[in-house]
Write a protein that binds this ligand. Structure first.
Ligand SMILES: Cc1ncc(COP(=O)(O)O)c(C=O)c1O
Length: 411
């Protein structure tokens, strides 16, 4: 089927959850995607922060092929090597003690919320006063299952599915509001150290420290969602490692197996006490194919020293974008860490136009929170790719300004 035929068929066959760009990709290599006509696109989105090692990476492809030839799935009723070997790596990288494997980001987050509820139940049984509510942040995004939307701020994602688990929201980085809102009724505080869908917002050290202190004061769990910001995206394995704060629970997914579906919820031994056999589970979670792929991703990141590469390339990218900001008043702010970057523009229409213009120049990025251009490129991008991107953005922003000036002068 060609693109037109696919579009017609999909519109009748699929639940209409996404508005797709009219592009049909058939292969990828390195940091480039190739469409049905053979045209190459520089991908600065990596499947929304997933394909961190780009496309057709030899180490990942080899791991998938070898594991597929051995064993894809047996269920969690039996032992397989990959689960333990991946758990060993993840506990070392995160500093946490135990792992629950699942198949997506939202499942990992759902596991975190259920653990927080079970933990509070355990504390109540021990005579402590702790409730069942969650406390989350404005502009948060934690996924699409029922618990995840309960802790996600956007009304469009929440309202149609009410009633949801009770959640209070506080403004991002507002320590006073956090202190005022938190009480022993909350079983957990939920935070993304860098909000992704919310527009690339970096949590402050002060806010994270206050959240940790508040949790410690009642026994509530501090849940840090690293689904978008984790696994090296910010130049460290987890974004919380840029701070002097440890979570009780963290969640990983997107780049963990470079596109093979997997999620992981990690927690401390103290929190894990709340879960006993049968309380939670999943058929596919931690299967040999997904774990072998994730192991290949982690080992390749270490071998190629990619955390350093992400940190230095990210600094270069941010510096170049800030130089662009100095030239173009339409850029309100440049935010980010490592290769998780947002460029806030002064209006949503302009952001849309820039996105379309970049796509015409065969550079893929996306827009989040209406006005923010978001960059989540593969970790393999080089300075040359950054330079190509900056030149394209510069040209588009200049064209925008001159178009506006000519409209003004013709009035
Ligand atoms: C911070 C965060 N949490 C959770 C999710 C949900 O992950 P998934 O789409 O794999 O369910 C996302 C996805 O964008 C995310 O960015």
């Amino acid at each position: 089927m060609n693109l037109t035929e696919l579009q017609a068929a999909e519109s009748k066959l699929l639940l209409q959850t996404y508005e797709r760009n009219p592009l049909l990709f058939v292969s990828g290599n390195g940091v480039h995607l190739r469409d049905e006509h053979g045209a190459e696109y520089l991908d600065l989105l990596s499947g929304i922060g997933v394909c961190a090692l780009g496309y057709n990476h030899p180490a990942v492809t080899a791991a998938i092929a070898a594991q597929a030839a051995e064993l894809i799935h047996t269920s969690n009723l039996f032992y397989t090597r990959g689960t333990t070997e991946l758990a060993l790596r993840l506990t070392e990288l995160t500093g946490l003690d135990r792992v629950f494997f699942c198949n997506s980001g939202t499942e990992a987050w759902e596991a975190a919320l259920k653990l927080a509820r079970a933990h509070a139940l355990m504390l109540r049984a021990e005579g402590k006063h702790i409730g069942t509510k969650f406390l989350a942040l404005e502009h948060s995004f934690h996924g699409r299952t029922m618990g995840s939307v309960a802790t996600t701020h956007k009304l469009k994602y929440r309202e149609p599915f009410a009633p949801l688990a009770e959640t209070d929201f506080v403004p991002f980085n507002d320590v006073a509001a956090l202190r005022a809102a938190f009480s022993s009724q909350h079983c957990a505080i939920a935070i993304e150290c860098i909000q992704g869908e919310g527009g690339i917002n970096l949590v402050s050290e002060e806010f994270l420290t206050a959240a940790r202190e508040l949790c410690d004061s009642t026994g509530a769990l501090l849940l840090l969602d690293e689904i978008q910001s984790g696994m090296g995206r910010t130049g460290k394995w987890c974004a919380y490692q840029h701070y002097d704060v440890m979570p009780d629970v963290t969640t990983l997914a997107k780049p963990l197996a470079n596109g093979v579906p997997i999620g992981a919820m990690l927690c401390t031994d103290a929190a894990a006490r709340a879960i006993t056999p049968g309380m939670h589970g999943t058929t596919f979670g931690g299967n040999p194919l997904a774990t072998a792929t994730a192991i290949s991703v982690i080992d390749e990141m270490k071998r190629a020293n990619l955390l350093d590469h992400v940190a230095t390339t990210g600094e270069y990218f941010l510096a170049e974008l800030r130089a662009l900001q100095a030239k173009h008043p339409a850029i309100v702010e440049v935010r980010g860490r490592g290769l998780m970057i947002g460029v806030e523009l002064n209006n949503a229409d302009l952001a849309k136009e820039i996105l379309a213009g970049m796509l015409q120049q065969r550079i893929i990025l996306n827009r989040t929170h209406e006005t923010v251009l978001r960059f989540l490129p593969p970790y393999l991008i080089t300075r040359e790719h950054v330079d190509q991107t900056i030149a394209a953005l510069d040209e588009l922003l200049l064209a925008q300004t001159s178009a506006k000036l000519s409209v003004l002068s013709s009035k």
